[in-house]
Every structure is written in structure tokens, then in C-alpha cells.
Design a protein. Structure first.
Length: 212
């Protein structure tokens, strides 16, 4: 599968501290523009019939107050919904609870998508190892598939996206995105050496390769 990673070329990534229920969190956000109208994009990211076309099979009640589960990945509960502008949900994976929010707005060249993902820091060991890149690269790979889908109306096999991320063709892209999230961490106050090491670990995790 050939993917043009231009959707990430002008992405805006930010990281900041947060707090939820008395516990420290990190809030990562990414803003991208996708080549389709807002109504179409809303359908692509909220319809149980369309989500599997670019992400993963999904089951559940995709309405306010409903719960969902993606195949082999996260599940959650829908906490807020303002169609076709925004929704918020929990994001539960591997025994960890986090929260996401998606906002859509009209842009000059399509529709702007703003994803905000808030996660507890916990003991900090996972954060020290991977930083924001573990989550950030994962979302950006998903958004690459979404971009191809809405631009070409191409139904994608999620397995192909995972295999592409480990191909030599994808290595520069994953390395650049991991480095961009390291930059966001440094801007948030992280030690540059720790941030760069976390980016290298993230790159190796997604590609199975050593830092180039």
C-alpha cells in the first residue's frame, strides 16, 4: 500500500499539563486538515458502518451515553456529542483509562480536525520511555488512513496500515512524526535528552527498526 503522508506535513502538535480527579495528566493535541467537507468527515469518524473502512471494526451504541469497542484496540463511553461539530469519549485500552475529544471546523482546503487526548501520567515510567509519541504516532497513522479514505474513497484494511508503518517506505515518516512529538514535549518543559530518547524508542516500537 502506498500512502502520501502529506496530511501530517502541516500538523500542529501541542502538549500541556492537566489534572483530572486530583491526578496529574498530560494533554496531547493535534490539528490537521483533511480533504473533504465537514459533514462527510463527521460521518467517516462517527458512523459504525464507515469507521471500519479506515480504522478498525467497531461494535456498540455510537450515541450519547453509549459504549463502543474497537477490535483489538480501545473501547469507551461517549460522554458528549454535538453533531457534526464535536464529540468526547473515554478511551480505555490495556487497563488504562484516558479521554479524547474531537472537534471539526471548516478550513480553507477541507475540514480541520482537532484531536485532544488526555491521559494520566501514573508512575511516569511509560512516559519516560515513550513520551507523547506512543500515542501521537498511533493517532497520526490512523489519520493517514483516514485521509486516504476521504480523499480517494478507498476502503483500507487496518492490517495494511500497520504493515506499511514497518516498511522502509514509512520509516522516514514515523521518525519525523516521533521527532515532532519530542519537540512538543520539549516545548512543554521536558528535558531534550529524555525527549529525544523517547522519540527513538517510539520509532523502534512502531517500525521494529533502530533509529536512523
Amino acid at each position: 500500500m502506498s500512502i502520501d503522508p502529506q496530511v501530517s506535513a502541516h500538523a500542529i502538535r501541542e502538549l500541556r499539563n492537566g489534572e483530572r480527579d486530583g491526578s496529574a495528566t498530560k494533554i496531547a493535541s493535534i490539528r490537521i486538515t483533511l480533504p473533504t467537507g465537514q459533514t462527510d468527515l463527521w460521518g467517516a469518524i462517527t458512523s459504525g458502518d464507515r469507521i471500519p473502512d479506515w480504522f478498525l471494526p467497531i461494535e456498540g451504541d455510537l450515541e450519547l451515553g453509549g459504549s463502543f469497542q474497537t477490535e483489538g484496540n480501545a473501547g469507551g463511553k461517549i460522554l458528549a456529542c454535538n453533531a457534526p461539530n464535536s464529540f468526547a469519549s473515554t478511551w480505555e485500552f490495556g487497563g488504562q483509562l484516558s479521554w479524547i475529544r474531537v472537534d471539526l471546523s471548516r478550513g480553507e482546503d477541507g475540514t480541520e480536525l482537532l484531536l485532544t487526548h488526555e491521559a494520566p501520567i501514573g508512575d511516569g515510567e511509560f512516559w519516560k520511555q515513550y513520551g507523547p509519541g506512543a500515542t501521537g504516532v498511533g493517532w497520526e497513522l490512523a489519520f493517514l488512513a483516514l485521509s486516504v479514505y476521504v480523499d480517494q474513497t478507498t476502503v483500507l484494511d487496518p492490517t495494511d496500515v500497520g504493515l506499511w508503518s514497518q516498511s522502509a517506505e514509512a520509516h522516514p515518516y514515523v521518525q519525523n512524526v516521533a521527532a515532532a512529538w519530542a519537540d512538543a514535549a520539549i516545548a512543554d518543559g521536558e528535558d531534550p535528552e529524555i525527549a529525544r530518547a523517547a522519540a527513538a524508542n517510539t520509532y523502534a516500537f512502531y517500525t521494529g527498526a533502530a533509529q536512523e
